[in-house]
Design a protein around this ligand. Sequence first.
Ligand code: ADP
Ligand code: MG
Length: 601
Amino acid sequence: MNKFEELGLGEAIIKAVDAMGFTDPSDIQAKAIPILLNEDTDIVALAQTGTGKTAAFGFPLIEKIDPNSRVTQGLILSPTRELCLQIANELKNYSKFIKGLHTVAIYGGASIQEQARDIKRGAQIIVATPGRMQDMINRKMVNISNIEYCILDEADEMLNMGFYEDINAILSHTPEEKNTWLFSATMPREVATIAKRFMKTPIEITVGHKNTGSKNVSHEYYLVNSRDRYAALKRLADANPDIFSVIFCRTKRDTQKVAENLIEDGYNAAALHGDLSQNQRDLVMKSFRNRQIQMLVATDVAARGIDVDDITHVINYQLPDEIETYTHRSGRTGRAGKSGTSMVIVSKSEVRKIKAIERIIKTTFEKKEIPSGEEICQVQLFHLANDIKKAEINHEIDTYLPSINEVLEDFSKEELIKKFFSVEFSRFHNYYKKAKDLNSVSERDSGRNNDGSIRYFINIGQKDGFDWMSLKDFLKENIGLGREGVNRVDVKENFSFFNTAPEEQEKVLSVFESFDLDGRSVNVEVSKNSGGGRGRRDGGRGRRDGGRGRRNDGGGFKGSRRSDDFKPRRRNNDRNDRNDRGDRSSNDNRRRDRRRRSDRD
Ligand code: ADP
Ligand code: MG
């Protein structure tokens, strides 16, 4: 028997489960599904984001709905249009082998008439945002007086968004004797209140610790001077060339500003906030899902609907006012079993908030250093080398090969590599060569940066299965150093950095002189104060837009608002540069232009 069958699910759903490729129920599914199938009860189910709550209520709901009746039997309330659509799509997937079962999503920003028509055709399940639901009830476009199941999904977020009154009003149109299922990532006081108010002796199930963030997320903070916040953000992005991130700001204004600055500086970024029209927001979300946008700068409210797997980093450009909100932010990464990083950029005056958040998430933050320009150059260079290694050869070049060979015939392979990398490298190097240390040195930390310790580069990283803790252990063990012997371990995908005291340098280098890890030679070098970088964002990672915003290679950084703020301008001909690369990039440009124009409105 399949593990989902053991939970009591019927044939049609099992078939759908197979089609979706689910093999094992998640913890919350294993706990909730048998209860909901076998008992008519109210339930409060708490589990972190990304743990499969949709199926935990969706499977039993679909089992219990009568597809032969056209009456609306189930209502799911969800905080945002995004989530609403997502849930409706999931439910359609789950029920694709059940004839006659219809799920309709209703949400703001789309034609209410059309939605009313869809419902009229017969919708046993309605997935709705509270605002639109209220609207449709008032206009008598829906009838929920016979529902048997009401699901409050992401209850904490609905309350955060101020939907308490709407929920209250909507539920007053539903029958007394229904079952209410409440699903939430966290259990703040407000959710407890709602459970008390609207539910009858609910069964409570919890997976993991209440209120804790996802275990797959590591939390880091970076202490900088307030005025260096933006420069620090860029360094964090540059040090993680494959970043796919959500950046949180406190206000719509800051969100817009940071996104604009990033775009201007050649990053694939966009803003998401409430001042954008629904259309604009849809466009942004679409580009984000397609990975045309690597850095989505968002307000907390606008980000609530973001339900995208594979987000590698959440960056708290500013901490939220309510520290509880931090959990929601960091929950955007580390979804569906993947690991993620939540970074916080803080100034001295905010650093105490970190402690308060640690108490809530019951995890400690690691204090990290904003990477130096030199480190970033190294990262980018290595990334470029890997890109080249992975690149598929375009055979159309073959025709030109003889003449290219002729031009380059006098160079050895080594010289060619050096020359090629120099071309790519100089821009980045120029950009970062005068880059200052952005780490704000608190008294407690003073000496930490200039303690004379040696920084090393090692060619193993995440892809070899390391995270900073396991690499630290690995290094301590193999070099033979004590607890504090290895520090500032920074693990990237293909390589890492670490520090030791200067007296250990000889030992470190000799250990790794001929070291073998699963048949691969491990190479350690002292990270030197030389080197440069390449002046591209998004270096050929197959992004659809090919959006290679080149940095100014003239060496000069045009004046910026603040002298200590790096703000290289893209070259004026950048636009042509992009258009030359084909339709897709020019489309993307047009899209950008459109967005920019509307931003000014
Ligand atoms: P939550 O609502 O708890 O944040 P979701 O229901 O959105 O989580 O699920 C997160 C992701 O995990 C989705 O992409 C979903 O398809 C996937 N998923 C859910 N249950 C399973 C399962 N049993 N096996 C594999 N993937 C699953
Ligand atoms: Mg969910």
